[in-house]
Write a protein that binds this ligand. Structure first.
Ligand SMILES: NC(=O)c1ccc[n+]([C@@H]2O[C@H](COP(=O)([O-])OP(=O)(O)OC[C@H]3O[C@@H](n4cnc5c(N)ncnc54)[C@H](OP(=O)(O)O)[C@@H]3O)[C@@H](O)[C@H]2O)c1
Length: 331
């Protein structure tokens, strides 16, 4: 019987899998104070990784997280790499910085954690819908470009994509990913699309990299109060209530009140444990599945929809992503 559950804390896993942390190099996107990503890297610091590469858009916010890392363990080396994941140019530059850095010989674990949720409709400078761009395509370019350094880490290397139970809201809209059809945009359909893409991308990465010992997983961290709820809090009260009820029905088949009662908010420590098990537990590869929640792998269709794990859809997404970013990746 697995001893992992919704109450498992990240730091406990970092100590349990200390041998998978010590001396290894981790890259994480979206380390901002008070977020799941920051909690993940601050927890990792306790067992002396060789290097934490922090990819963020705000140097000030990331510096605060670096200060917290140094408080836990002054010997841990950190590197800040600036990237706006919703800009193709910015991500290409960040990836090149990482590839060119002689101090980064290999990357043992990539954690694609950054995201925005429920933004008003917006096209990025590359004419791509914002949530699809920041949450999936930015990570698609970054990870594919730095893949040689992940492969260089050898068997045991991992790629972890932060997805969400929100993927159950909507699959990838292959015919209209940028919501050009008038009236088609909804904040959660777009978030759901991007979070389904996070899982399909892990499936596609496994097809390409598993034979070389690199495994990819996607995780739902649980519901945690962070800055992710920023745009939801801006919504008009009545509209928000209706949207949240609809989301609870689609995601869990429950009213919002029933959903909250069954799945209360987690602490940040509980919220980073699913990421950390996906990143660290060597025995995971013996189990079936690509999606984890409550610190465990699951293939239960109530937890992870077919539209997010279907290998054909994963290949279709790879092709769509290449078309959207205007670059082919042979990794
Ligand atoms: N919190 C939850 O309840 C929950 C539930 C399910 C899934 N998740 C997933 O967990 C992950 C972490 O979320 P969180 O709750 O920790 O949210 P958060 O505190 O808002 O952190 C999100 C991070 O993403 C960064 N980011 C957003 N857009 C970016 C861009 N264009 N370029 C670069 N960085 C960007 C943010 O940077 P700035 O600080 O500069 O904005 C921040 O560092 C996300 O993938 C989210 O979808 C969270």
């Amino acid at each position: 019987m697995s001893t992992y559950d919704r109450n498992t804390e990240g730091l406990a896993l970092v100590h349990q899998f200390a041998d998978e942390v010590k001396g290894r190099t981790f890259l994480l996107t979206g380390p901002s104070p008070g977020g799941i990503g920051a909690e993940t890297v601050i927890s990792l610091a306790a067992e002396s990784p060789a290097l934490l590469i922090l990819v963020g858009r705000s140097p000030e916010k990331v510096q605060t997280v670096i200060d917290s890392i140094k408080n836990v363990n002054p010997s841990v080396k950190t590197k800040f790499v600036q990237a706006d994941l919703s800009s193709i140019k910015s991500v290409r530059k960040a990836a090149q910085t990482i590839l060119d850095d002689p101090e980064i010989a290999k990357i043992d674990v990539v954690i694609n954690n950054a995201a925005v949720m429920a933004t008003p409709f917006e096209l990025t400078e590359d004419k791509i819908e914002l949530q699809l761009h920041a949450n999936h395509l930015g990570h698609f370019i970054l990870t594919n470009k730095i893949a040689p350094k992940v492969v260089a880490a050898g068997p045991g290397a991992r790629i972890v994509n932060l997805s969400s139970s929100g993927h159950r809201y909507a699959g990838v809209r292959f015919e209209d990913p940028n919501f050009t059809e008038p009236g088609s945009y909804s904040e959660f359909t777009s978030y759901g699309q991007s979070k389904s893409a996070n899982i399909l991308y892990a499936v596609a990465l496994n097809k390409r990299l598993a034979a070389r010992g690199v495994r990819a997983y996607a995780v739902h961290p649980g519901s945690i109060l962070t800055n992710l709820q920023h745009y939801v809090k801006q919504m008009d009260g009545a509209r928000l209530a209706a949207l949240m009820d609809e989301a609870a029905q689609k995601v869990a088949g429950k009213t919002l009140a029933e959903y909250r009662a069954a799945d209360p908010h987690k602490t940040l420590q509980q919220g980073c444990s699913t990421t950390l098990r996906a990143a660290l537990d060597p025995d995971l590869v013996e189990e079936e599945g690509v999606f984890l929640q409550d610190t465990k792998l699951t293939t239960d269709p109530k937890a992870v929809r077919d539209w997010a794990t279907d290998p054909e859809l994963a290949e279709k997404l790879w092709k769509l992503s290449e078309d959207l970013v205007g670059e082919k990746f042979d990794i």
